[in-house]
Design a protein around this ligand. Structure first.
Ligand SMILES: CC(C)(COP(=O)(O)OP(=O)(O)OC[C@H]1O[C@@H](n2cnc3c(N)ncnc32)[C@H](O)[C@@H]1OP(=O)(O)O)[C@@H](O)C(=O)NCCC(=O)NCCS
Length: 135
């Protein structure tokens, strides 16, 4: 009984998973795409807050952008498991970090609210992200 209650309180806080997604980005390819696409590409993908986050970390700027790119792809995959007809543009998926550095997602496509948890990681040449939609 106690275990059931604990389980319910954890799922109440975090939500029950209903969709998941993952994505991995190779830095050299991503860098080339950014160079080719220029400002228009950046604006199509990233929000001003995401650009500002990366710009404030010049040494690792490309990794933060690649991590956010991976997170957006992972979120779009996870959403598509829940509703394959829902179209979300890359710059409508916004990643922001809280004061502990934890990344959080906000969907700005003005459709039904969905709660999505993400996690991202990056090393020298690779960025990876996972996303879980919960209800
Ligand atoms: C928090 C921690 C696990 C991040 O590990 P890391 O190896 O530096 O992270 P990675 O390089 O794999 O990934 C970086 C991403 O992790 C995410 N991240 C950073 N801090 C995080 C945290 N506290 N929780 C979850 N995700 C976090 C960010 O999205 C970051 O990328 P971004 O800056 O581009 O948004 C690491 O700093 C750590 O182990 N700290 C020791 C424990 C600690 O102090 N925890 C703090 C809160 S309890």
């Amino acid at each position: 009984m106690q275990r059931k209650r604990r389980r319910e309180s954890i799922s109440g806080k975090l939500g029950l998973p209903i969709g998941c997604g993952i994505d991995v980005i190779e830095l050299p390819r991503f860098r080339r795409a950014l160079q080719r696409g220029g400002r228009a590409f950046v604006r199509r993908i990233f929000t001003p807050a995401e650009e500002a986050y990366a710009k404030a970390r010049p040494r690792t700027r490309m990794l933060h952008l690649a991590g956010r790119f991976a997170a957006k792809e992972a979120v779009i995959k996870a959403i598509s498991q829940v509703d394959p007809t829902r179209f979300v543009a890359m710059n409508q998926v916004e990643v922001r970090n809280d004061r502990w550095g934890r990344p959080h997602v906000t969907l700005r496509d003005r459709k039904k609210r969905l709660k999505v948890h993400i996690s991202l990681s990056h090393v020298d040449t690779v960025a990876v992200a996972t996303a879980i939609v919960v209800k």
